[in-house]
Design a binder for this molecule. Structure first.
Ligand code: ZN
Ligand code: ZN
Length: 195
């Protein structure tokens, strides 16, 4: 059986040893824990992180305080690593200003537990385009989208997905669309409903 050799320490170039609870440089403070948010990392992940400075998108990290999991990217930072909830983007969260990350099902805020802002690519029977999702985050609304399908009676409707002014704090742990700060606006009347 061949095992992948662990590259030298990215900080001091010293040898890294594998322990039960993670990987530690024998020469400096650098180390990577074996388990992050209940996800057990394997040697392949560690080698990738040390060589590339970042991992692939890894599924299975646990949301704090829930049983739900999310996919993330582990990046090197100083003497250890940091878990990012997806691939970096150049966008800022409209709710809290933190960086927005791309994940398999859409975009979300880096303050995954505290803020919870998220835009899923699926909503009311439609798959949102990359541009529509980006418009929600950057411009605060998706523009008018046709062809949503009502859950109540199956009829089609048109609406805009807009970012709420954020005056009402919702519970981000509910992990709902927008972390509770997106709503629908309809063209016909001024009524809107929170999604
Ligand atoms: Zn070192
Ligand atoms: Zn945020």
């Amino acid at each position: 059986m061949t095992t992948q050799t662990i590259p030298p320490c990215p900080v001091c170039n010293g040898p890294i040893s594998e322990l039960d609870d993670g990987w530690l440089c024998t020469n400096c403070e650098f180390g990577i824990p074996r388990m992050i948010r209940q996800k057990v990392l394997d040697r392949c992940d560690i080698v990738g992180i040390i060589i590339n400075g970042r991992s692939r998108l890894i599924p299975g990290f646990q949301m704090p305080g829930t049983t739900q999991t999310f996919d993330g990217v582990i990046v090197l930072e100083k003497n250890s690593v940091r878990l990012l909830p997806g691939e970096s983007t150049n966008m800022k969260c409209p709710k809290c200003g933190e960086e927005i990350y791309r994940f398999t099902r859409g975009f979300r805020c880096g303050r995954i537990a505290e803020c919870g802002f998220v835009v899923y690519d699926q909503f009311a029977g439609l798959t949102l385009s990359e541009e529509q999702m980006r418009d929600i985050i950057v411009k605060g609304n998706s523009g008018l989208i046709d062809g949503f399908i009502s859950k109540k009676n199956g009829s089609q409707f048109s609406a805009m997905i807009v970012v709420d002014d954020g005056k009402t704090e919702k519970d981000p742990k509910k992990w709902e669309m927008g972390g509770g700060c997106l709503k629908l606006e309809f063209p016909d009347d001024k009524k809107s409903s929170t999604i």
